[in-house]
Write a protein that binds this ligand. Structure first.
Ligand code: BGC
Length: 774
């Protein structure tokens, strides 16, 4: 019951973030809209526990070990399924899923249904904007929609689990996987994580169009050294708990019933062999009764590589296990319940049990967790999709999903610059659409495109052309490379290395009234295993931009990318910059909506954009130093060759076609007990001439604490739509969960003293009030 209550409390917070608000006052966090809410999940169900135990009692050791096994599409055989295989990942053909499930429920001894999993990260067939973009929307509704339609389409083919949400906070733009979560802030990531779990699972994931969510990668995968994927992570306990764990906690509290352990080592202990993370924190402190699957071959990778011929053992490296049995024992004992791809727990389980290196109790615990989730998912009642394979196709790309994807993409775009009001462009003028990403479908889907098909995507050119009443013209300028790392020529896979197409681009621009310049990265440049050592626009795109500028035509740069970019070299040359990320299937429509002003951009940066890569890691929620940066003095913490103490574009920043004024921050009281609450209200007014969205943001700082606290921490936000001249009041509630923090012994502490509260429309928010915690 305790758990149930906790979950309910979190759902309240999530739903009120996105609550539509009538009248002039917006309650941004933790208001009391409880009546409308179903609990994330029913309290632990005794009937299910009885069924789990009854089934477990019938299982042989071999069947238990099979249940722990999770195999990818290419390793599955019917024989394996007859033996009692537990789960399968990445089979998405509905007929194949149905056939495999038929074998499981008709031909295996105990008829336990398989669990089919897939990486539906930002859409299955209807690809939504990448999660970093959805983070930029500061709109949990966009994340709910993404997850909800992704679940609906996935479930239609017979899938029942998604390896999402990815909730890794990251201060590393070099890391390609920063594209997969909501950026550098734990609070924004927590809100989005809970929203995604809610969208994926609904109130009850046994629903026929729902999936089980699996937050990943537990934990601290977002901070690999040098931003190189899979690399070591080493951090203090307080950092881990204050920055990296909160989104996982939010996802679990929202009802996520599975979780994936990460590839990386944390403080020397690989996450999938890390008992502290998996058993002590996740299953112990957080009371998580679902199951943990290992990432891909993460169990095998616990092994040391043979010194002579490392290539002989394809998956090895961490060096915390001597061999396969050792790795299996370490992972299982640490808390891994389901082994993905490698097969060591299954293959060596019996031997390890005989040697006393693992216990039957722990095997039973792992199997119990897996069965519990399968029962909760309703798999025993309805193992198949509600749709036949023939019907499944008709569930894809439905109009409501496409409309939601277009809306989410528009809401994710961030206007970084708009000198002289270049944007919005006039749709009755001749428009040249130029650049390597202008007539492009493939890259619009971004990394982790699910079962998205390039052909589904709307190009920028087509989107603009559809809304432009005058002529639309096109030139590519140069060609980016889609070469994968590791492929021949993949060591420098940028492309756009030649200016041969520039003359044509200049001619096309010169003949038009205005230009949309579509630049950025290819989708192969971000996502897993795609780290970069620079953050500039790849290839010669900066030169292309300058060539277009020289034509004297009004132009707007639209950027497509999966990470913060370093725009120092172009920022002064581009009068307008619209950050569009990878917008998904509706890319061209959404870009046209914003470029022509049908949609007024209201997104904000979910991660800092540095001047240049050498500033990395640079993030707004950094701790202070004894020598804070001061450009007019020496002997303080700065880069001598960068003109500013700040990033080029800060967290929470984004412009609009209208203007806003955020004013009059006031607190409900000037002092509060440790367990008390204080509310902060602030007025926001649209002071410009057209309707628009503003994201009101609330930050706090604890200036004197036993552990140096981040200079600012986001603790509330609300995206509001205001008509020209309209004003509203937004109210945020703060309590101990906001003004307390974790110390280096892993304890949550609330210390007496002053808390400064800042409100505004970016992380530079200037309105300030203070209260005291008694
Ligand atoms: C990735 C995971 C993913 C898994 C299964 C791994 O390589 O790190 O995020 O869920 O593959 O596709």
């Amino acid at each position: 019951m305790f758990r149930f209550t906790r979950r309910l409390a979190i759902v309240v917070a999530v739903v009120t973030f996105s609550a539509a608000v009538a009248g002039g006052v917006v309650a941004a966090t933790r208001s009391s809209d409880e009546a409308a809410l179903a609990p994330a999940r029913q309290p632990a169900d005794r009937a299910i526990e009885r069924r789990v135990n009854a089934l477990l009692a019938q299982m042989t050791l071999k069947e238990k070990l099979e249940q722990i096994q999770l195999l990818p599409d290419f390793k599955v055989t019917p024989e394996e399924i007859r033996n009692g295989l537990g789960s399968i990942l990445s089979v998405t053909d509905p007929a194949q899923i149905r056939e495999y499930q038929r074998i499981a429920v008709e031909e295996s001894r105990l008829k336990i249904p398989l669990l089919f999993a897939f990486d539906t990260i930002h859409g299955f067939r209807t690809v939504f904007p990448i999660p970093l973009a959805t983070g930029a929307s500061f709109d949990p509704r966009a994340a709910v929609d993404d997850a909800r339609y992704g679940a609906r389409e996935s479930a239609a083919v017979g899938l029942k689990q998604t390896y999402a949400p990815m909730v890794d906070v990251s201060h590393e733009p070099r890391w390609g996987r920063i594209s997969e979560a909501a950026g550098e802030d734990p609070y924004l990531n927590s809100v989005m994580a809970a929203a995604r779990v809610k969208g994926t699972q609904g109130g009850d994931y046994s629903g026929r169009n729902k999936l089980i969510a699996s937050p990943k990668h537990f934990a601290a995968y977002g901070q690999p050294e040098a931003g190189r994927d899979y690399n070591t992570t080493d951090m203090s306990e307080q950092r881990l708990r204050n920055f990296y764990l909160p989104p996982f906690k939010a996802a679990i509290d929202a009802g996520a019933d599975t979780a994936m352990c990460a590839f990386n080592a944390l403080n020397g202990v690989p996450a999938c062999g890390n008992r502290y993370l998996l058993t002590r924190i996740l299953k112990g402190e957080w009371d998580f009764d679902g199951f943990v699957e290992s990432d891909w071959t993460a169990v095998a990778e616990l092994r040391a590589c043979p010194p002579q011929n490392p290539a002989d053992v394809p998956e090895c490296g961490h060096g915390v296990a001597a061999d396969g049995p050792d790795a299996a024992a370490l992972a299982l004992n640490a808390g891994v319940d389901s082994e993905m791809t490698s097969t060591f727990i299954r293959d060596f389980g019996s031997q390890l049990l005989g040697e006393g290196r693992i216990s039957m109790r722990r095997i039973d615990d792992a199997v119990r967790r897996i069965l519990r989730v399968k029962f909760r998912a309703g798999l025993f009642e309805h193992p198949y999709s509600q749709f036949t394979p023939e019907q499944a196709e008709a569930q894809m790309l439905k109009p409501d999903a496409l409309a939601a994807a277009r809306k989410a993409a528009g809401r994710s775009m961030v206007l970084l610059r708009n000198e002289g009001g270049v944007l919005p462009l006039d749709p009755s003028k001749k428009t040249a659409v130029i650049g390597p990403l202008a007539k492009n479908k493939h890259d619009m889907l971004g990394p982790w495109w699910g079962r998205g098909d390039d052909n589904d995507a709307v190009t920028v050119f087509d989107g603009i052309d559809e809304q432009n009443t005058a002529a639309t013209t096109y030139a590519e300028g140069c060609k980016l490379s889609n070469t994968e790392v590791g492929a021949p020529g993949g060591h420098d896979p940028e492309g756009c290395g030649s200016d041969a197409g520039f003359a044509e681009a200049v001619a096309v621009a010169s003949a038009a009234d205005q230009v949309v310049l579509a630049l950025g990265e290819t989708r192969e440049m971000s996502g897993e295993a795609n780290s970069r050592s620079t953050l500039d626009l790849p290839g010669r795109q900066e030169e292309l931009l300058r060539a277009i500028k020289a034509t004297g035509k009004p132009f707007a740069v639209v950027l497509f990318n999966g990470r913060p970019l370093a725009l120092e070299n172009i920022v002064d040359d581009a009068p307008a910059i619209l950050e569009a990320w990878f917008p998904g299937v509706q890319a061209g429509h959404a870009v046209a909506d914003v470029v022509f002003g049908k949609v007024n951009p209201g997104g904000k940066l979910p991660a800092s954009f540095p001047y240049r890569v050498g500033q990395v890691p640079i993030y707004y929620n950094h701790e202070p130093t004894g020598r804070p940066c001061n450009k007019s003095a020496k002997y303080n913490s700065q880069h001598r060759d960068i003109p500013s103490c700040d990033p080029l574009f800060r967290f929470g920043f984004g412009l609009s076609y209208t203007t806003f004024d955020v004013s009059n921050l006031r607190l409900s009281s000037s002092s509060v007990g440790r367990n008390g609450r204080v509310s902060a209200s602030v007025d926001v007014a649209n002071t410009g001439g057209r309707e628009g969205d503003e994201v009101v943001q609330l930050y706090i700082n604890d200036p004197v604490a036993s552990i140096s606290q981040p200079v600012r921490r986001l603790r509330g936000f609300e995206r509001v739509t205001l008509a020209a001249g309209e004003q509203r009041t937004v109210t945020f509630k703060l309590d101990r969960s906001d003004f307390g923090f974790y110390d280096n012994r892993g304890r949550f502490v609330v210390e007496p003293g002053r808390i400064d509260v800042y409100a505004g429309n970016s992380s530079a928010a200037e309105l300030k009030q203070s209260f005291t915690v008694r």
